[in-house]
Design a binder for this molecule. Structure first.
Ligand SMILES: [Zn+2]
Length: 512
C-alpha cells in the first residue's frame, strides 16, 4: 500500500480514537467497539482481566444512576456486579471505586427478556439467525431471548434437534438464549419424549392451533391438547399457544390483495376467541394437579375482545397472556397498500382495538409484551407484488421491543416499574427464570439495560441489525434510547456500539 495512504489511515484512526475517547471520557476504561478505531483504543488501555468476555475487563464493577428500577420502585442507586451476578445494591450512589460506570440521568433496569422470537437456526438462517437476531436484540436492550421451535429446519420437536440449537447458540449468541420445544400431533401423547425435551433443557412447549406456515410443524387439535395437559401440569412447565382456530369466513374473492383490509378480513377476532374458548374447555376438563411452573400462555393476543374470557378463566386456571409491541404501535387504518412488512398473524386490528390492548397492558390485564420477531426474505414477504394474501406473516422488530412498548405504555400513563413488569419480571416468571432474572437484587443475574426514556430511539434502517432490514418500525418515532446492555455481567453494547464478541449463555430448564 502507498505510504501516503497508510499515513492517512493511521491519521483517520487516530482522529476516530480521539473522538471515541472524548465520547467515553466519563468511562475512560471502557473498551468497546468492533471498529479499527477501537483496536487502537484497546492498545492504549490493555485489559487487566483478559478472561472477561465483555468490553469491561474489571473482575468486579459498579453501575450507578439517578434512576435504578428496583423491585419496589425507582430510586438513585448503585448495582455491584461480580462475575455474572449482582452481588449487592445500594441507594448510596457515591461509590468509592475506580471501577464505576455512572450513567447519571439514564435509567438502569433489568435487561429485557423476549419470550417470543424466531431465530430459525439451524436451517433457515437466511430468514434470521442466532448471530444477527441476538445482535439486534442486545442493541435494543434485550438481554435474554427464548427461541421458538419452528422456522428452524428441522423443527425443534425432539432432543436431537434441541441439541443442535444449543450447540449453535453456545457460540453465536449475543444475548442469553433459552428454547421452547415444539408440541405437535406426533409427540403430544408421548410423555416420555416430552420429558426428554425438558431434561435436555427446554423451558416449556409451544403449539399452534392453526396452520403454522411450516409444513413440518403441524397444528394441534383439542384431543392433542387434552393428551398433553397431564404431562405439562404434573411436570410444571409452561404451554405456549398460538391461539387461532381457523374456520370459513365470508371473504370477497375479488377483493384487492394489496389492500391490508383484504388480509384482515380473512382472520377475524372470532378465530382467536374460538381457540381461547377451546383451550379453557380443555383446562376445565383436566383434573391433573398442576405443579408450580405450569401455565397456559396465550401468545401474541391481537383481539382485545378476548380479554374478558381470559380474565374469567384466570380465576380457575394458571392462564397468562401476552401481546406484542406491534399490536401496541400500529393499527390497520395506517397500513398503506402493498406494505407487507405489517403482515403478521393474528393480524393487526383497528385503532380502537389497539387502544384497548394498550389499556390492558397498562392495567396488568395483559401479563407481558414480546416481539414475536419473525422476519423472512423479501421474496417471501412478496415485497415486489405487495400481495398481503401470499406474503409470509411475520414482523421484524426485536430491536424495537423496548422503545415501542415504552412509547405506548408511557402515553397511557404507565411507569418505568410497569415497563419492567411487562418486559422483564413477567417474562422471567413465565420461562421459569424468575429466581435468577428480571430483577435488580442481590443474587440475581447481572442482566441490565440502560436507557434514556425521554430520548428518541434510533429507528433508521442504518442501525437496524436484523438480517432483513424490512420492518414496519423503520423511521417510526419511538421514545426510549438504549444506551447500554449488560449480559451476564458482561458489558455488551454501549452508545450504539457492540462488544467485539458474543457473551450470551444458554438458559436451560433447571429444577430448583
Ligand atoms: Zn411467533
Amino acid at each position: 500500500m502507498d505510504r501516503q495512504v497508510v499515513g492517512l489511515i493511521i491519521l483517520l484512526n487516530a482522529i476516530a480514537a480521539g473522538v471515541l475517547y472524548q465520547r467515553f471520557h466519563d468511562h475512560p476504561q471502557v473498551q468497546l467497539l468492533e471498529s479499527r478505531a477501537l483496536e487502537l483504543y484497546h492498545k492504549l488501555l490493555p485489559p487487566s482481566q483478559p478472561d472477561r468476555c465483555g468490553a469491561l475487563k474489571w473482575p468486579s464493577y459498579v453501575i450507578t444512576s439517578d434512576h435504578v428500577v428496583f423491585p419496589d420502585g425507582v430510586r438513585p442507586g448503585a448495582v455491584f456486579i461480580e462475575g455474572n451476578k449482582i452481588v449487592a445494591v445500594s441507594e448510596n450512589t457515591s461509590v468509592d471505586s475506580p471501577h464505576t460506570l455512572n450513567f447519571k440521568d439514564a435509567v438502569v433496569a433489568p435487561g429485557v427478556i423476549d419470550v417470543h422470537i424466531h431465530l430459525n437456526e439451524p436451517g433457515r438462517v437466511e430468514w434470521e439467525g442466532i448471530w444477527n437476531g441476538t445482535r439486534a436484540a442486545v442493541m435494543g436492550g434485550v438481554t435474554t431471548v427464548i427461541d421458538m421451535p419452528l422456522n428452524s429446519n428441522p423443527v425443534t420437536t425432539d432432543v436431537v434437534q434441541l441439541e443442535a440449537k444449543k450447540r449453535a447458540a453456545k457460540v453465536k449468541a449475543w444475548t442469553n438464549v433459552g428454547f421452547w420445544a415444539g408440541l405437535v400431533p406426533e409427540n403430544a401423547a408421548n410423555h416420555t419424549l416430552l420429558g426428554q425435551l425438558v431434561e435436555a433443557g427446554a423451558l416449556g412447549f409451544k403449539s399452534f392451533m392453526c396452520n403454522s406456515g411450516i409444513n413440518d410443524f403441524g397444528n394441534v387439535g383439542g384431543d392433542d391438547i387434552a393428551a398433553a395437559l397431564p404431562f405439562l401440569k404434573s411436570r410444571g412447565v409452561p404451554f405456549f399457544v398460538h391461539a387461532e382456530v381457523v374456520s370459513s369466513v365470508d371473504s370477497d374473492p375479488a377483493a384487492d390483495p394489496t389492500a391490508y383490509a383484504t388480509y384482515m378480513a380473512t382472520r377475524p377476532p372470532k378465530f382467536e376467541q374460538d381457540a381461547i374458548r377451546l383451550l379453557i374447555e380443555k383446562l376445565d376438563a383436566d383434573t391433573t394437579p398442576a405443579a408450580p411452573g405450569f401455565r397456559v400462555h396465550i401468545a401474541h393476543l391481537a383481539d382485545s375482545g378476548s380479554l374478558a374470557m381470559i380474565k374469567e378463566a384466570q380465576a380457575r386456571h394458571p392462564l397468562t397472556v401476552e401481546t406484542c409491541a406491534h399490536y401496541l404501535t400500529f393499527s390497520a387504518e395506517g397500513i398503506p397498500n402493498g406494505k407487507t412488512q405489517y403482515k403478521c398473524a393474528p393480524p393487526l386490528r383497528d385503532a380502537a382495538n389497539r387502544a384497548a390492548l394498550i389499556a390492558a397492558v397498562a392495567s396488568g390485564a395483559i401479563d407481558l409484551v414480546s416481539s414475536d420477531h419473525s422476519p423472512a426474505p423479501p421474496s417471501l414477504k412478496e415485497v415486489d407484488s405487495g400481495n398481503f394474501l401470499k406474503a409470509w406473516g411475520g414482523i421484524s422488530g426485536v430491536q424495537y421491543l423496548l422503545p415501542a412498548t415504552w412509547t405506548a405504555l408511557e402515553a397511557a400513563g404507565g411507569s418505568l416499574s410497569d415497563l419492567v413488569r411487562l418486559l422483564s419480571e413477567a417474562p422471567a416468571r413465565l420461562a421459569g427464570l424468575g429466581g435468577s432474572k428480571g430483577r435488580i437484587a442481590p443474587g440475581y443475574d447481572a442482566d441490565l439495560v440502560v436507557f434514556e426514556p425521554g430520548s428518541p430511539a434510533n429507528t433508521s434502517v442504518a442501525v437496524n441489525l436484523h438480517t432483513h432490514k424490512l420492518s414496519p418500525y423503520t423511521d417510526v418515532p419511538l421514545k426510549g434510547k438504549v444506551v447500554a446492555a449488560v449480559v451476564g455481567g458482561e458489558l455488551t453494547s454501549m452508545y450504539g456500539h457492540l462488544n467485539k464478541k458474543p457473551c450470551g449463555r444458554l438458559q436451560l430448564k433447571r429444577d430448583d
